[in-house]
Write a protein that binds this ligand. Sequence first.
Ligand code: EPZ
Length: 441
Amino acid sequence: MSSVLTVRGGVPLSGRVAVRGAKNLVPKAMVAALLGSEPSTLRNVPEIKDVEVVTSLLQLHGVTVAKDPVTGDLTLDPTDAKTAPSTEIDAHAGDSRIPILLCGPLIHAIGEAFIPDLGGCKIGDRPIDYHLSSLRSFGAVVEKRPGGIHISAPKGLKGTKLELPYPSVGATEQVLLAAVRAEGITELRGAATEPEIIDLICVLQKMGAIISVQTDRTIRIEGVQELRGYVHSALPDRNESASWASAALVTRGDIFVQGASQLDMLTFLNTYRKVGGGFEIHDDGIRFFHPGGKLTPLVLETDVHPGFMTDWQQPLVVALTQADGVSIVHETVYENRFGFTDALIRMGANIQVHRECLGSVPCRFGQRNFLHSAVISGPTQLKGTDIDIPDLRGGFSHLIAALAATGTSRVTGIEIINRGYERFTEKLEGLGADFDFTDGN
Ligand code: EPZ
């Protein structure tokens, strides 16, 4: 039986939550440890499912992963890295997308890799064509096999010139992790430059890599023979911070997010202010609050960094259902990231989704029959209902909608939220939310 959260809405969330290392950096830094010739230590590691999945994948390959019982810091020792029986990898891949990033490090460590078919949030097709074409460009042999792909490089990986058709975060990470120990120089044009990418570059530089990021989204990597271990404290999770900020707005509350970093959230903070949210920047975090009065509707377009992150859109859409007027959101990164609005509409939200690009520029999904623009009219009174959570960010959005709604909501599938939000039921309790948690395990 799956766990159930019974939420009694209408209570403003107020208090303090601590946000730790970014879900979209920590697992990648763990994989990077495989490239080193000595142990690495990763700090500010959150207790989330994605870290557990990558821990077991690395252990399968002979990496020892020790967790400090007090701080949660991880020490990863790749000295005995080996090939894992592919069937075992299947059992551990779970619903994570991280396994694809093991390709480069495993080829450098043991000459081959078997990567299971990937999971991850159902917010689009999520192909890996850029990853596979990049690996082939380094000289790897990529073979489709039942249940996944086998990758090998008998002559090792050679530096190459690459251009990504779209600034994919995952594909940029794939190239970085393959290029740092490839022979010669790699030039990647059209790279992603999200803060989590830059933090991964910091990790690799600490290990001895030579990487430069140019202003035109070109990243140059000079391959080196050997990399050392690293000691690194992961950057804070800006997506979790933005989720709690939206929760404060939706429930008309006041939440101090300890660890939130203004530098990584500039675009979010501008949008938050335009909607009518209040925030105060402190040395150790950011206070987000609803200042009272009405919220302002807006026209929003998601984009790659430094644009408005696609991961921020879903929790903010819930706040826009409470804004006084019509808002428009054009999702340009994923083709199917409005599925979560079905439950909001059942709760009383007034949202229509459209195939057209309702934004300033036509995007990749314009004429391809994807419902990737949303029109939200508010304010509407949300009423509690039964909700089954579809994906990570959509799930958090359903949670904050239930917390703001009148009446009771029965929320199932909340295990998905554990993938990216550390101890979220404890945090909700600390913020005064009124709910019961029935553990289905
Ligand atoms: C990362 O996903 C994040 N996940 C996502 O966060 C985030 O939304 C996304 O980057 C964009 O910022 C992790 O880091 C684990 P992409 P990733 O490759 O790397 C297309 C969350 O909620 N594409 O930048 O998978 C793809 O279909 C998650 O924390 C190809 O076409 O994202 C998408 O349309 C959700 N071919 C676009 O690029 C490829 O080979 C962006 O994807 C790769 C990607």
